[in-house]
Design a binder for this molecule. Structure first.
Ligand code: AHR
Length: 322
């Protein structure tokens, strides 16, 4: 090869290497856009979850597009479709209910946009429709509540009549907190669920359902099993208005372990709060970055949680973050 030709090909190779390196740097620098479809603003838990997601996105330098579905699946589907149309890098959502997600998730897959589930799981055959699911094990939470009941009533021959305030119909926490309880108490005939109705995870819903339960079952009720703190707090109000003594005549079992739940335990109106952490933002953002970087993630990332009986409430409350 002549000197001039060798020089020219050297220059071309150097230019190509430079532009490749610049391309990589550019890809690394490019800000990630995340489309997040939130359930709504139904509870103190949800408010804390939204704050966690927004703060973590800011901290991680991720451009967050946020939507509130007002507890309606059709709104979440619309939000996901709009994120697909906007060609975001990653979609994350906390599904209102478990079923009915295949069509929209197929659309995301065809558009090559990875999907991360947070908080609530979905029921789909094709597991390739999402990358990972980050959140609590609601079934285990239900079991923990059931074990607390077994222990609390171990010297009581029963019957122990339970009224259940369920979360949103068809949602993973409502389905699993019910199933987890049943799994534990099914072989102990002294426990009976005498009534079960949805209060949609809201304080107003819990109060309304409990007013009806108090009228129908009155002092036959031994336990209120509320699927979250907001409904438990509503039920406490309803019981007090009906002349009942929550936390004393009636055991109140709840989920989330919010500050409101702790205050009710300190006031002697709630007996146990099974923890469900909403502080998922930092884990979500790190998963988003990993997915964009092409790293493999475990299919399920379970949040570390515990149970708080009323005896520890006063000591623990000052360290609670939500
Ligand atoms: O999915 C988590 C549940 O949803 C929380 O227990 C409840 O408070 C919220 O609304």
């Amino acid at each position: 090869m002549k000197l001039a030709t060798r020089l020219a090909s050297g220059l071309i190779a150097a230019a190509a290497a430079f532009s490749f390196a610049a391309g990589v740097a550019h890809a690394e620098d490019k800000q990630i856009t995340l489309g997040f479809a939130q359930v709504g603003a139904e509870s103190a838990w949800r408010t804390a979850n939204t704050v966690s997601v927004k703060a973590a996105a800011k901290e991680a330098g991720i451009n967050l597009k946020f939507s509130d579905a007002q507890q309606k699946q059709e709104n979440q589907i619309k939000a996901i479709r709009s994120y697909i149309a906007q060609k975001v890098d990653v979609i994350a959502f906390s599904p209102v209910v478990e079923s009915g997600w295949e069509p929209v998730l197929q659309e995301a897959k065809r558009a090559k946009i990875p999907v991360i589930l947070t908080d609530r799981n979905i029921d789909v055959k094709d597991q390739s429709l999402y990358v990972t699911m980050i959140g609590s094990d609601f079934m285990e939470e239900g079991r923990r509540a059931g074990k607390w009941l077994e222990d609390h009533y171990k010297n009581n021959p029963g019957p122990i009549n339970i009224v259940e305030l369920q979360g949103t119909v068809g949602s993973a926490p409502a389905n699993d907190r019910h199933a987890g309880l049943i799994e534990v108490i099914k072989n102990d005939p002294k426990f009976k669920i005498i009534a079960s109705q949805s209060g949609d995870f809201t304080l107003a819903g819990g109060k309304q359902v409990m007013e009806a339960f108090a009228k129908t079952y009155g002092n036959k009720i031994n336990v209120v099993y509320a699927h979250n703190d907001d409904m438990a707090l509503g039920a406490i109000q309803a019981m007090e208005e009906a002349g009942m003594k929550p936390g004393k005549d009636v055991s109140v079992v709840s989920f989330d372990a919010t500050k409101g739940g702790f205050e009710a335990m300190i006031a002697g109106k709630m007996n146990v709060d099974v923890e469900c952490s909403p502080l998922l933002g930092p884990q979500l953002m790190s998963a988003v970055k990993d997915v964009v970087a092409g790293k493999q993630l475990p299919k399920r990332i379970v949040t570390n949680e515990t149970v708080f009986p009323e005896s520890v409430a006063a000591q623990v409350l000052p360290s609670r973050k939500y």
